[in-house]
Ligand binder design. Structure first.
Ligand code: NDP
Length: 274
């Protein structure tokens, strides 16, 4: 596609995402600086002494609200662009919305977070700001700044990207479902500690890596970046890498430290490689 993305404000806003990714990677890669939610809440919160670290939101409500900007802002942002009536941007925006319809509406209803670890408001605010920023650059790129040809949906880039997007989504949802089902293994009394405990996950991609949900998420956004072939798509993928790779490393080490029986052959994130 031909792109006017480097023009004006949109160009600056999009390229600033690369600087953000470097900052996130640098911060998260420092020992114990992993975003303080879930299993890393206690360790990270003890080290990161920022204001609001100890203010919490109910996890499921927090996830639904922080993942809502794409669903709420996209209809408006998409409607004001010059290419909104074209098929390719419409199809791409439909993929984007499909991911967030699941993440904002279905995932919070299905998840079984530990009741003792709510969502720190700092994590909530960071995710909310990221989602507003990212929705702006993705949707404006599609609706106004990138001109796709009428045959873009038949191009090798779109077909390969869409295949990766859906494969990644499948891996991500299936791995998250495995984690959700681990919490269901506890006694029928759902308030008991054991039904909120961590267990070693097995099956599917968990036999190969510790964090297949993050692997799936990254494959999904790599597919999106290829299907959209835009600067904004690349920025999103790079930001997801900066966020999820250090977290996957921390998860893997946490499993190895906490479970003697943890399979040593399991890689961290990318099957057979890393
Ligand atoms: P985690 O894998 O850390 O946790 C997912 C859920 O499963 C949580 O409710 C967690 O509980 C529970 N869980 C995790 N491991 C176990 C275990 N071994 N035994 C029992 N329960 C377990 O993922 P995140 O919460 O970080 O992310 C959730 C989703 O959001 C993922 O699909 C991820 O890809 C996506 N995401 C995307 C990001 C992006 O940049 N695009 C950023 C962050 C997340 P608890 O909360 O108690 O730990």
């Amino acid at each position: 596609p031909s792109s006017g993305l480097l023009e004006g404000l949109q160009g600056w806003v999009s390229t600033s995402g690369f600087a953000m990714a470097v900052g996130i990677w640098w911060w998260m890669s420092k020992k114990d600086n992993i975003a303080p939610y879930g299993r890393h809440h206690t360790t990270a919160a003890a080290v990161i002494s920022l204001p609001l670290t100890h203010v919490m939101l109910p996890t499921q409500l927090g996830w639904c609200l922080m993942e809502s900007p794409p669903l709420l802002l996209t209809p408006f942002l998409f409607s004001v662009g010059q290419y909104t009536s074209r098929t390719a941007p419409r199809m791409l925006v439909a993929l984007f919305l499909a991911h967030y319809a699941h993440r904002c509406l279905l995932y919070p209803l299905r998840m079984r977070p530990s009741r003792t670890r709510n969502l720190p408001i700092l994590v909530f605010l960071a995710a909310l700001v990221f989602n507003v920023y990212n929705t702006y650059i993705q949707v404006r790129s599609l609706s106004h700044y990138t001109e796709y040809s009428s045959t873009w949906l038949l191009s090798p880039q779109f077909i390969l990207g869409a295949m990766l997007f859906f494969s990644g989504m499948l891996i991500n949802i299936s791995a998250d479902s495995t984690l959700i089902s681990l919490r269901k293994l506890g006694p029928s009394n759902s308030t008991s500690n054991s039904s909120r405990a961590y267990r070693v996950p097995h099956g599917g991609f968990f036999e190969l890596v510790s964090c297949p949900n993050y692997f799936g998420e990254l494959v999904e956004w790599l597919g999106w970046a290829i299907a959209a072939s835009s600067l904004a798509g690349l920025v999103f993928f790079v930001l997801a890498v900066a966020n999820l790779v250090p977290r996957a490393v921390a998860h893997h080490h946490w499993y190895v430290q906490n479970f003697k029986e943890y399979p040593r052959s399991r890689k961290i994130l990318v099957p057979f490689i890393f």
